[in-house]
Write a protein that binds this ligand. Structure first.
Ligand code: ATP
Ligand code: MG
Length: 457
């Protein structure tokens, strides 16, 4: 169905009027139906859902008000516009009370009617689009909680869909707050083991000796204080998924132990002899680049190769700023429900600040900012003052540029282009807008100065 199409029903017993109105609304975005009686109108209303009904109030065999009530009951969202002759304005007012959207007095001025319907249609369209976006967002949110419409996040959706249907080991890399845990959970929930446990071990949260007992569990008497037998997380994750978060924090000794389990699919509890076989999926995450850690001698290469069969890199938010408005909308809906408040809107200025903020804490930070703003902002709109001072005061493009006396204007221009591009994550339209030149001119300059930006790579 064409979503932007507006369906209009014209109801009038006078053929001339009916056809005249229909003719004047003959536009490609409208689909116009004509009914000569309330009975005919009802049969249309039973089959189609309309945006607008334009109806005469006085028709033979019909009480206009009663008819209006029936229409509104059948299609509560419809905008009913009453056409009334001079002298019956009182009835029209009654109609408004019963839920009519407006009334127009006859004779109808065709030119005015066109503009009138055009505005109304535009309003309907906006409402429709808004509802559409909301329901799409809600669906995704209910599905796996991952939101975004950027190309980069779409690639991640695809990867999740692909890998979740396999048992392959996954390594998730990305800065703090980019959604690694969210993605790990989504892979598990969509996957073959969705009805089995999902167990997390935060490798950064325990010292070396505790990691062992957390992973493998222990037998009674394995060490002082081991008063009972305790199962470890590997065992708890049996048949399901273990999520090894912050794996870059594991000590080299722990890395050896883990590698052994991954290779042999079995282990023994601390202080025990029994070999316990396991069948689990492994997902690991790190906000450090494991390859670099390998080079620095802090991470074992053999373990690294075991883990990164498939690596999913979650891009920082500043490299997918298109997602900021969509995420913001979703979070505002979420928090309005959580705090039982009407959903807030972002003022233009606020949105601008958010789009230009580098978000070192990524999506987690955006989420926190909006939770805070939902609570603090007084009216329906979130203004810059409702953001944390650090963002509110940050001038949109605050990256500084040093100019050395002796540089040529061309050198400065080149430097300015590079800095601007990097500030907007390589987004050329955005960079051109900030620089005050056309995208074409930017392309020309990129070539001229031999600048290779991210988009071109
Ligand atoms: N694409 C997304 N859509 C909606 N919410 C998201 C998205 N990505 C992250 N979030 C939310 O942001 C917060 C941080 O995400 P998560 O904990 O998964 O990040 P992380 O990469 O594991 O961070 P850290 O490295 O600090 O542990 C969570 O509340 C999560 O729900
Ligand atoms: Mg995490």
């Amino acid at each position: 169905m064409n979503n932007s199409e507006i369906k209009i029903l014209i109801i009038d017993d006078e053929k001339n009027i009916r056809e005249g109105l229909a003719e004047s609304l003959n536009e490609k975005d409208y689909k116009v139906y004509q009914a000569k009686s309330s009975r005919e109108a009802l049969s249309y209303l039973n089959k189609n859902s309309f945006d607008i009904a334009l109806t005469d109030l006085k028709m033979p065999e019909t009480d206009g008000i009663e008819f209006l009530e029936i229409v509104k009951e059948k299609q509560p969202d419809i905008d009913v516009i009453i056409m009334t002759a001079y002298g019956t304005v009182e009835t029209a007012v009654e109609a408004l009370k019963k839920g009519a959207y407006d009334y127009l007095t006859k004779p109808i001025d065709i030119k005015n009617l066109r503009t009138y319907i055009k505005n109304l249609a535009e309003r309907r369209r906006l409402i429709k689009e808004n509802l559409d976006l909301k329901s799409k967002l809600r669906k995704r949110l209910e599905l796996d909680g991952i939101i975004g419409t950027s190309l980069k996040i779409k690639e991640i959706y695809d990867l999740i869909d692909q890998v979740s249907q396999t048992d392959v080991t996954i390594l998730l890399e990305g800065e703090s707050g980019t959604g690694k845990e969210l993605v790990a959970t989504a892979i598990h929930r969509k996957g073959l083991r969705k009805n089995k446990p999902f167990v997390t071990l935060n490798c950064g949260a325990f010292p070396e000796t505790l990691i062992e007992s957390e992973l493998f569990g222990y037998e009674k008497g394995a060490f002082t204080g081991a008063n009972t037998q305790k199962k470890g997380r590997l065992e708890n994750a049996q048949s399901g998924t273990i999520f090894l978060d912050e794996i870059g924090e594991l000590s080299l000794k722990n890395q050896v132990d883990l590698l052994r389990v991954l290779e042999n699919h079995e282990f023994t509890r601390l202080g025990g002899l029994e070999r316990i076989e396991i069948d689990i999926r492994v997902i690991a995450a790190s906000n450090k680049n494991l390859n670099e850690l390998c080079k620095a001698g802090k991470f074992r290469e053999d373990l690294f190769y075991r883990l990164n069969v498939i690596t999913i890199v979650l891009p920082p938010l500043r490299e997918r700023i298109e997602d900021i408005p969509v995420l913001a909308e979703a979070f505002l809906i979420q928090f309005s429900e959580k705090y039982n408040k009407t959903k807030k809107e972002l003022s233009k200025e606020t949105m601008k600040l958010l789009i230009n903020y580098p978000f070192p804490g990524n999506i987690r930070e955006l989420k926190n900012i909006l939770e805070r703003a939902t609570i603090l902002s007084k009216g329906k709109t979130i203004h810059p003052e409702d953001l944390p001072p650090s963002i509110c005061k940050s001038s949109p493009y605050s990256m500084k540029m040093e100019v050395e006396i002796g540089s040529s204007i061309e050198e400065m221009e080149k430097e300015l282009i590079i800095k601007t591009l990097s500030k907007v994550g390589g987004h050329r339209e955005k960079a051109a807008e900030i620089l005050g030149i056309s995208v074409r001119a930017l392309h020309y300059k990129l070539n001229k100065y031999n600048i290779i930006d991210k988009e071109a790579e």
